[in-house]
Design a protein around this ligand. Structure first.
Ligand SMILES: [Zn+2]
Length: 259
């Protein structure tokens, strides 16, 4: 019997040019920055992700006209996501993002208690889970603040991912340097982790999500971007799953009683 919300891993078409500025070249480049707009491969991958991974969800509630909780959203990401949402709540643990005054710093994805349950249609962040080991806790928090039918979509750097079921482990500790993570308050340490793709998907399901893993090849380099989508089931789906589970229990109980 196949499990509800089973892992799906899809390879999407990332195109052959920069989806942000249109720059294209016959030669695959080594540098991940686009010579046209300067954006990194992970940022560029958001465009095909929106088109091919996200658009199917956007027409119906809660995504249509929903609120997005966005972690460390850059200007380029904001430009791509703004047309899709009625409101974008820009937050980060450290650093100034989004648009000036309305950005909230000090928001830790591992503790979203400041937000009521079911208050967002979607939660987004590129390179967010890359910097914490308490991924299970963060997933539970995101699940709580999402409305039924809502989505978590996040990209983890491929150099932090392994193929298997290995749980998050610390690879290195990051401290602020003048030219590297300079926005970290002094004395703050961040961890950079490694985690298995299958572990991440499995934990999404454990938290209650329907999980999907999408790999998007970059148009300018040989890099790929790993996107993970967790969809919180709708109330109707939760009802069906509960009925199936109790039906299954009744059936196996009846079979056991017969035997
Ligand atoms: Zn570009």
């Amino acid at each position: 019997m196949s499990e509800l919300g089973e892992k799906r891993s899809d390879l999407l078409d990332g195109g052959t040019s920069c989806p942000i500025c249109g720059y294209s070249s016959d030669k695959r480049q080594q540098d991940e920055r686009c010579p046209g707009c300067g954006e990194a491969a992970r940022t560029r991958s958001l465009a095909p992700f929106i088109e091919r991974g996200l658009s199917g969800y956007m027409g119906t509630p809660p995504l249509a006209d929903g609120r997005l909780l966005a972690f460390a959203i850059t200007t380029a990401e904001l430009r791509m996501l703004r047309p899709l949402f009625a409101e974008i709540v820009s937050v980060s643990l450290f650093g100034q993002y989004g648009e000036g005054g309305r950005h909230q710093q000090g928001v830790d994805i591992r503790d979203l208690s400041r937000f009521p349950a079911a208050s967002f249609a979607a939660v987004f962040g590129i390179l967010i889970f890359d910097y914490l080991t308490e991924i299970r806790q963060a997933m539970d928090q995101v699940f709580r603040v999402l409305q039924p039918g809502g989505l978590l979509f996040t990209m983890i750097s491929p150099d932090r991912l392994t193929d298997g079921l290995s749980p998050p482990t610390v690879v290195k500790t990051i401290e602020a340097q003048p030219d590297y993570f300079s926005y970290l308050p002094s004395g703050t340490k961040l961890v950079s982790i490694s985690v298995g793709r299958r572990w991440f998907n499995r934990e999404l399901r454990r938290a209650g999500f329907r999980a999907q893993h999408l790999v998007i090849p970059d148009g300018l380099t040989n890099m790929t971007s790993d996107w993970f989508v967790g969809r919180k089931p709708t109330e109707a789906e939760t009802g069906i799953a509960a009925r199936l589970a109790s039906g299954w229990k009744a059936l196996t109980g009846a079979m056991r009683a017969k035997a």
